[in-house]
Design a binder for this molecule. Structure first.
Ligand code: FAD
Ligand code: SF4
Ligand code: SF4
Length: 1016
C-alpha cells in the first residue's frame, strides 16, 4: 500500500478530475496499451470525480514495488507453475483484485487464475519455498476481509465450475467456483435446493459458501454446509490431496500426514477432557456461529478424517483448498403463507419469535423502527409504514411447505397465534403473491435504501452477530444504545430472528483517522456487549475474516483459542494460507488495511463493492467486471492528489483503463439489475466515451444521424460489396484489411469483418395503411441485414400477422428512423437527440397520434423506443406518450398467437433471452412462445448478456466470444432443432460463437403455422 504517511484524506468536489482524463481509445485487442494521451475536456453533468486534497492511507504506493506491478522474480516463478496469460501482474490487474465486499483492501503482489489441482499444489509449494503467502479468492463477496492478500491472490472461480446432480437431486456434486444460485437452478427440476441460503446466492460460489459456512434466513444451524456436507476433495498446504469419499481415504491420510492425524487425535482428546470446553462448544453451536474454527467437529466426529473434513467448513481458506464437494440437498418449499406483523415495541416482537418458530415458521425476519423508516419511501411497500409509532418493530414471517395440503393447517395455526399478539397493525397471513411481494419488499429494499442514501465517501458495514433468541429484544435495545453512544444515527438492525442472528448496517467514513478510532472503540464495546453480556457470537454467518480475528480469544476463551492455534499449526505449519484471517496476534488487525472510499462520478459513487454485478457482466472474463471498473476508478482518484505530480501508477491505470473498462463495456446495463444499490456501470462507461469525443467527432455522429437514410443504403451496399469481395479474395483478406484500418484509425469505430457477416437485406414487404391494425417499424439492423437463407424477418412478421387476421403497415418512409441506441451507447448526445426527435415525430404520425400500436422486431430497439421520452422536447414528449410500442414478443404472444394454429412442433429449441428482454420483463414470454412451437425448450442456466451490444461485437469480437463461452459450453452436448432469440445483432453474435443459426422466434412461429404449400 501507500508509502505516504497520511492515513486519511478528504475530498473537495469543487476541484475535480475530468472523468475522461487521459483516457484514449486503444487501437488493439486484449492487453493492448497505448500512451496516456492529453487530458480531454470532460463535460460536467455530475461526471466529475473529486480530487482528494490528502493522500488516502490505502492508495497504491506511487513508487517502488507496488507501482511497478508484480516483482519480476515472483512473476517468473509463478509463470513456471501457471500459464503466463493466467498470471496477472500489471498494476491495473492487481488493483482490480484488491477489493472484496468488506471494508478492507489489500494489494496482492500477483493474481493467479488457477486451473486444476496440480496448479494449486504447485502454488502451495511455491508459497512454502518463497515464504510469500497465498489467499484463495472465489467471487470476493466476503464481508470480513477474508478474500484478500498482500501476497499471491489465487482466483479459484473461473476454471472451477461444474455441477452434477446426483441421486435424483438428493445430493449435488459441485466444483468450488460454481455460483451457488446456479446450483439451485440445476436442482430446481428435482424440487430440491442447497441447504445454505446466503442472501448473496446469485453471486457467491460454492467454495466461498463452504469456506465461510454461509447461511441465510431459513437454513439455521441444521441445513448449513457443515451439516449437509457429504464428502469433500481437499488439498492440504503440504500438497496432499484427499477425496474423503474414496475407499481407504482415512488410512491414506494417515499414511501421508501422520503428524497431522496424530495432532488431530491429540486435540480431540484435549477437547473431550475439558468438560467446560465441551459444554461451551455445544452451547455456542446450538446457535449460528462462524467465529473461529468449527470446534464442534471435535465433538461430532471421531475419525480424524471426518473431524478434519468438518473443520475445513468455515475455515476461510486458512487450512486447505476445497477442490470439490458433494452436499445433501433439501426440499424446495413452494407453498407458503406470509405475514408482516407490526408490534408496538421490540420486546413485544421479541416475545413472539419463539412461538412463531414453534408454529412452523421457516423464516422470521426482524426489522427495527429505523429499518422500517429507511424503506417507507420505496414503491411497493405497505402504505402504513410512515405512520407507525416510534419504537415499533416488525416480524416478517414465512411458513412454507412442500405439501400444498399442509398449508391451510399451518396458516390457521399461525393466524390463531397472531390473534393473541399485541399488534399495531392488524396481522394477517396471506397466500396472495402480490401481497407477499409487498411484504418482502420491506426487507429486500433495506440494503438498497441505506446503501444508496449514505453520504459520498462512506462505507457500508454489514455486521452479523448472534444472541440467544430469548434475549433478542434486550440485545437489540442494547445495540441501539451503542449506536446512540457512538453517534451512528443511521444504523438499522434487522435479521434472522428465529436463529437469534442479527445484522446491522452502519455507514462510517473510514477515510478519516478520527472515524477509524470511533469505529475501534465501537468494536471493543460491541465485543463486550455481545460476548460478555449475552455470550453471543460476533459472527453468525459472514466468517471471522480480519474483522473479528482480534476478538476470537475474547469470544471463545483461552483454551478454545489454543486449540484453534494448534489446529492451524498442524494443517499449515508454514503459515502460507491466508495469514491474518481467523487468527492474529495483532489486537488492532481489524483497523489495518481499511479501505477508503474516494468520491467518484455520481453514477457509481454509491457502489459498496459487493460483487453482485460480476456474474452478469459480459466482459467479466475478458477484461473487467462492473465492480472492477469502479474499483479502478477509485484508485485513479486516490492517485490524483491535489498539488502532487502525476504518479506512475496513475499513468499505468490510465493506459489500461480505456480497453479494460470503457471500450469493452457492452453498455447493456445488466449490472444494474443485479446491483443492490441500482448502479448501471454502463452509464458511467458511456459517459466516459462521450467525454472522449472531440467536437468534430460529435458533429460527424450528428451528421450520420441526420442522413441516416443514406447511411442505411450505403451500409447495405457495403455489406453486399464486402461479401462479394470476401467471395472473390476470401474472408481472411477482408478481415486483414479491416484489421489494418482498425489499427490505423480506431478499434472502437471500425468494425472487424467476419465470415458471419449476414447478407444485405432484401426490400421491405409492401404493405398498405388501409385497414392497418398496427404500424410495423422494422429495426434498422433488419433493414440492413437480410437472412442467410429463406424469408426476411419483416416478410415473416407481415405474413404471420396476416395469418392471424392482423394488418401490419410498414410506412414507406421508415428508412432513416431508428431508436437512437447506436448514438446513445457510444455517448454521442447530439446525434442521439436528433434521432430521438425524428423517430418520435414519425411514430406519432404513423400511429395516428397513438391510435395504432407500433410493433418493433428487435427487443433492444423496443427498449430504446420506450426510453426516448426524456430526450424529447416537452411538447413532443407529451404527444409521444400516447404511442404504444409493442415488442415482437408481446405482439406475438398477446395479439397473434391466440389466433394461430400451430400445425407442426419441433422437438427441441434453445432460447436466448437478450438483456433488453430482461429489462422489459419478458424473458418468460420468449420461453412461452418457444414452448408453443417446440416439445422441449432449453434455456441454459449460464446464459447472460451475449456482449454483442449493437455493433460492439464487431468492434471487439473478443467480447461476445468471452461472454458466450459458458453458454455455448453448456449447449455443446446437444443439437436442437432451432435456436431462437428476439434481437438481430445478438443473434448474429450467437450464431458466430455457436455455429448454429440463431433467429428471431418470429421465424419459428411463422414456419410452425404456415399452411402446407405456402411460402411466407
Ligand atoms: C450484500 C451481501 C450480502 C451477504 N449476505 C450473506 C448472507 O446472507 N449469509 C452469508 O453467510 N453470507 C453473506 N454474505 C457474505 C458472502 O457473500 C458469503 O460468505 C459467500 O459465501 C462468500 O462466497 P464467495 O464466493 O464470494 O467467496 P470469497 O469471498 O471469494 O471467499 C470466501 C472465503 O473462502 C475462501 N475460499 C474461496 N474458495 C475457496 C476454496 N475453493 N477452497 C478454500 N477456500 C476458499 C477464501 O479464501 C475466503 O476466505 C453477503 C455478502 C454481501 C456482499
Ligand atoms: S456496482 Fe452495485 S453490484 Fe456492483 S459492486 Fe458496486 S454496489 Fe455491488
Ligand atoms: S453495462 Fe454490461 S458490460 Fe458494462 S459494466 Fe454493466 S454489465 Fe458489464
Amino acid at each position: 500500500m501507500d508509502d505516504s504517511t497520511a492515513t486519511g484524506g478528504t475530498t473537495t468536489p469543487q476541484t475535480a478530475v475530468a472523468a475522461g482524463e487521459g483516457f484514449t481509445s486503444s487501437t488493439a485487442g486484449p492487453g493492448a496499451a497505448s500512451d496516456p494521451g492529453p487530458p480531454s475536456d470532460a463535460p460536467d453533468g455530475g461526471l466529475r470525480a473529486a480530487v482528494p486534497t490528502q493522500a488516502a492511507g490505502d492508495r497504491v504506493a506511487r513508487s517502488g514495488v507496488d507501482a511497478a506491478g508484480t516483482p519480476p522474480a515472483l512473476r517468473q516463478a509463478l509463470e513456471r507453475i501457471v500459464a503466463p496469460e493466467r498470471v496477472l501482474t500489471r498494476p491495473a490487474e492487481l488493483v482490480m483484485f484488491a477489493s472484496d465486499a468488506s471494508v478492507y483492501r489489500m494489494l496482492p503482489q500477483a493474481v493467479v487464475l488457477a486451473d486444476g489441482v496440480d496448479e494449486v499444489r504447485g502454488l502451495m509449494a511455491h508459497a512454502r519455498r518463497s515464504g510469500v503467502p497465498m489467499t484463495f479468492r472465489a467471487a470476493g463477496t466476503s464481508l470480513s476481509g477474508q478474500a484478500q492478500s498482500d501476497g499471491v491472490l489465487v482466483e479459484v472461480a473461473r476454471y472451477w465450475r461444474g455441477v452434477a446432480v446426483e441421486d435424483e437431486g438428493r445430493s449435488v456434486r459441485v466444483l468450488p467456483g460454481t455460483i451457488a444460485g446456479r446450483v439451485n437452478l440445476a436442482l430446481a427440476r428435482h424440487g430440491r435446493k442447497l441447504g445454505p441460503d446466503p442472501a448473496s446466492i446469485s453471486a457467491c460460489t460454492m467454495g466461498g459458501v463452504i469456506a465461510n459456512n454461509s447461511s441465510g434466513m431459513c437454513c439455521g444451524t441444521e441445513q448449513n454446509a457443515y451439516r449437509t456436507l457429504r464428502s469433500l476433495t481437499f488439498v492440504l498446504p503440504s500438497g496432499t490431496v484427499v477425496d474423503t469419499a474414496a475407499p481407504g481415504a482415512a488410512e491414506a491420510l494417515e499414511r501421508a500426514e501422520p503428524d497431522l492425524v496424530a495432532g488431530l487425535r491429540e486435540l480431540r482428546e484435549r477437547v473431550h477432557a475439558d468438560p467446560e470446553l465441551v459444554e461451551r462448544i455445544r452451547r455456542k453451536y446450538a446457535r449460528k456461529n462462524t467465529t473461529g474454527y468449527a470446534l464442534n467437529a471435535f465433538l461430532d466426529f471421531e475419525e480424524p478424517l471426518d473431524v478434519l473434513t468438518h473443520l475445513l467448513v468455515g475455515s476461510e481458506g486458512t487450512l486447505a483448498f476445497v477442490a470439490e464437494a458433494v452436499l445433501d440437498t433439501v426440499p424446495v418449499l413452494p407453498h407458503k403463507t406470509t405475514g408482516l406483523l407490526v408490534f408496538p415495541s421490540l420486546h413485544a416482537a421479541g416475545a413472539a419469535i419463539v412461538p412463531l418458530r414453534d408454529a412452523g415458521a421457516t423464516a422470521v425476519e426482524l426489522l427495527d423502527r429505523p429499518s422500517l423508516r429507511a424503506v417507507e419511501h420505496l414503491a411497493g411497500v405497505p402504505s402504513y409504514l410512515p405512520g407507525l409509532p416510534d419504537g415499533a418493530a416488525a416480524l416478517l414471517v414465512d411458513l412454507a411447505t412442500a405439501d400444498p395440503d399442509a398449508l391451510p393447517g399451518l396458516e390457521a395455526g399461525a393466524q390463531h397465534l397472531v390473534a393473541s399478539l399485541e399488534l399495531v397493525v392488524p396481522g394477517e397471513f396471506t397466500r396472495d403473491t402480490a401481497v407477499q411481494t409487498q411484504y418482502w419488499a420491506v426487507r429486500s429494499g433495506l440494503f438498497t435504501s441505506v446503501g444508496a442514501a449514505r453520504p459520498s465517501g462512506t462505507s457500508v458495514l454489514l455486521e452479523d452477530v448472534t444472541f440467544p433468541v430469548e434475549r433478542l429484544a434486550d440485545a437489540v435495545v442494547d445495540l441501539a444504545g451503542l449506536f446512540e453512544q457512538y453517534g451512528y444515527d443511521e444504523a438499522v438492525v434487522f435479521g434472522h430472528a428465529k436463529d437469534g442472528n442479527l445484522h446491522f448496517l452502519l455507514t462510517p467514513s473510514l477515510n478519516e483517522p478520527s472515524e477509524v478510532e470511533r469505529y475501534a472503540r465501537f468494536m471493543d464495546d460491541l465485543a463486550t456487549l455481545v460476548v460478555d453480556r449475552y455470550d453471543g457470537a460476533l459472527k453468525g454467518e459472514h466468517g471471522t475474516g480480519r474483522n473479528i480475528a482480534p476478538f476470537v480469544e475474547q469470544e471463545w476463551g483461552t483454551a478454545a483459542h489454543a486449540v484453534m492455534r494448534r489446529l492451524k499449526a498442524l494443517c499449515d505449519p508454514d503459515g502460507i494460507l491466508n495469514p491474518g484471517t481467523i487468527l492474529t496476534d495483532d489486537p488492532r488487525a481489524h483497523l489495518k488495511h481499511l479501505k477508503t472510499v474516494p468520491t467518484i462520478e455520481t453514477e457509481a459513487d454509491r457502489c459498496i463493492e459487493c460483487g453482485y454485478c460480476e456474474p452478469v457482466c459480459p466482459s467479466r472474463e475478458l477484461t473487467t467486471t462492473p465492480r472492477q471498473r469502479i474499483v479502478l476508478r477509485r484508485e485513479m482518484v486516490r492517485q490524483h492528489v491535489e498539488g502532487e505530480a502525476p504518479s506512475p501508477v496513475l499513468a499505468a491505470l490510465q493506459r489500461d483503463y480505456p480497453y479494460l473498462a470503457v471500450e469493452t463495456c457492452a453498455g447493456d446495463g445488466m449490472c444494474e439489475r443485479a446491483c443492490p444499490v441500482d448502479i448501471n456501470t454502463g452509464v458511467m462507461m458511456k459517459a466516459f466515451r462521450a467525454a472522449e469525443h472531440t467536437a468534430r467527432e460529435e458533429a460527424v455522429a450528428a451528421e450520420v444521424a441526420d442522413r441516416y437514410a443514406l447511411v442505411e443504403r450505403a451500409a447495405r451496399t457495403a455489406v453486399r460489396a464486402g461479401r462479394l469481395t470476401a467471395r472473390a479474395v476470401g474472408d481472411r483478406l477482408v478481415v486483414g484489411m479491416t484489421d489494418l484500418l482498425r489499427r490505423a484509425l480506431d478499434a472502437d469505430l471500425v468494425p472487424r469483418w467476419d465470415a458471419h457477416m449476414p447478407p444485405a437485406a432484401p426490400p421491405l414487404p409492401v404493405t398498405t395503411a388501409a385497414g392497418a391494425t398496427a404500424v410495423y417499424l422494422p429495426s434498422c439492423t433488419n433493414r440492413i441485414f437480410g437472412p442467410d437463407e429463406g424469408t426476411s424477418l419483416p416478410a415473416a412478421m407481415v405474413a404471420l400477422a396476416a395469418r392471424a387476421g392482423q394488418v401490419l403497415h410498414v410506412p414507406d418512409d421508415v428508412a432513416g428512423h431508428c431508436c437512437a441506441t447506436p448514438w446513445n451507447s457510444k455517448g454521442y448526445t447530439d446525434g442521439a437527440a436528433l434521432m430521438a426527435r425524428r423517430t418520435a415525430e414519425a411514430l406519432v404520425r404513423w400511429s395516428d397520434g397513438g391510435r395504432l400500436p407500433v410493433v418493433m422486431d428487435a427487443s433492444s430497439c423496443t427498449l430504446g423506443l420506450r426510453g426516448l421520452g426524456p430526450s424529447l422536447p416537452a411538447d413532443l414528449r407529451a404527444r409521444y406518450e400516447a404511442v404504444t410500442v409493442l415488442d415482437s414478443l408481446d405482439y406475438l404472444s398477446q395479439v397473434l398467437l391466440p389466433e394461430l394454429t400451430v400445425d407442426r412442433k419441433v422437438a427441441s429449441v434453445a432460447v436466448h433471452a437478450v438483456c433488453s428482454v430482461h429489462h422489459l420483463g419478458t424473458a418468460s414470454v420468449l420461453e412461452q412462445l418457444a414452448g408453443a412451437v417446440a416439445e422441449r425448450v432449453v434455456n441454459p442456466v449460464s446464459a447472460g448478456c451475449c456482449g454483442f451490444a449493437g455493433d460492439r461485437g464487431w468492434l471487439h469480437p473478443e467480447l461476445p466470444a468471452a461472454a458466450l463461452r459458458p453458454e455455448m459450453a453448456e449447449l455443446a452436448g446437444e443439437q436442437h432443432d432451432a435456436y431462437v432469440s428476439s434481437n438481430r445483432t445478438c443473434e448474429i453474435g450467437l450464431s458466430r460463437e455457436s455455429g448454429h443459426d440463431y433467429r428471431s422466434v418470429v421465424h419459428l412461429l411463422e414456419e410452425a403455422t404456415r399452411p402446407a404449400g405456402y411460402q411466407a
